[in-house]
Design a protein around this ligand. Structure first.
Ligand code: ADP
Ligand code: MG
Ligand code: MG
Length: 204
């Protein structure tokens, strides 16, 4: 297993940025069906700012890496997803404290705290057709098998696919009512990318 040190978390965020860059057009296309066609560009702006901040500030611990990234997402992304993803990373970072390296169990618990904070901020629950439909199964899988990032990524991917038939109850897509059905949620899709990047950082 890889060391969950500062370098691992930097690697994870760099892989998130690369994945968002690669999939930006697809995320925006999904958002054009049930939103306002900006999810890809929102996340690109956010993760570009994260990459710049990590290069400039050189945070020294896993917790500081995630907290800095979360703060940048909150301050640079105008859409709903910025504050939500920012809260996820900031919440997880805060839970990790200032340890130079963390255990798989500590990371699983920290991400669970981050997801709880996202649910609190956005008021959504699994089944509402949001990012939580990918994040919740991912942190559940991680809680059952800490360190098994590939299993978490698989769970997030299935969770994103499962949003297709759902009717949106939160965010812009909820304005469409029944017409939101039959489309994959953009935020659940990007969440699956972020968890896949975690698996990649872990060497999967
Ligand atoms: P905006 O809707 O402001 O344009 P984005 O397009 O970047 O923001 O992000 C949209 C995504 O944000 C949705 O696909 C959904 O997954 C997520 N989202 C929106 N509102 C909520 C909420 N209240 N709770 C959780 N996720 C949400
Ligand atoms: Mg949008
Ligand atoms: Mg928008």
């Amino acid at each position: 297993a890889v060391d969950l040190d500062t370098d691992f978390f930097r690697r994870w965020l760099a892989l998130c940025a690369a994945s968002v860059e690669r999939e930006s057009a697809r995320l925006t296309e999904l958002d054009s069906a049930i939103g306002d066609a900006d999810h890809g560009s929102n996340l690109r702006r956010g993760f570009t700012a994260v990459t710049e901040a990590l290069a400039r500030d050189d945070p020294a611990t896993p917790g500081a890496v995630l907290t800095l990234a979360g703060r940048r997402l909150i301050s640079t992304v105008g859409g709903a997803s910025g504050p939500l993803y920012g809260t996820l990373l900031r919440g997880a970072g805060k839970a990790l404290g200032d340890a130079p390296e963390v255990t798989p169990e500590e990371l699983a618990l920290a991400l669970r705290e981050g997801v709880t904070a996202v649910a609190r901020l956005g008021g959504a629950r699994p089944g509402d057709k949001t990012m939580l439909d990918a994040l919740e199964p991912a942190v559940t899988a991680l809680g059952e098998a800490p360190g098994d990032f590939a299993a978490a990524a698989a769970a997030a991917g299935l969770g994103a696919l499962a949003t297709v038939p759902m009717r949106a109850r939160k965010g812009r897509a909820s304005y469409l009512g029944e017409r939101s059905m039959g489309h994959q949620d953009p935020g659940a899709t990007s969440s699956a990318l972020l968890v896949a990047a975690l698996a990649e950082a872990g060497g999967a």
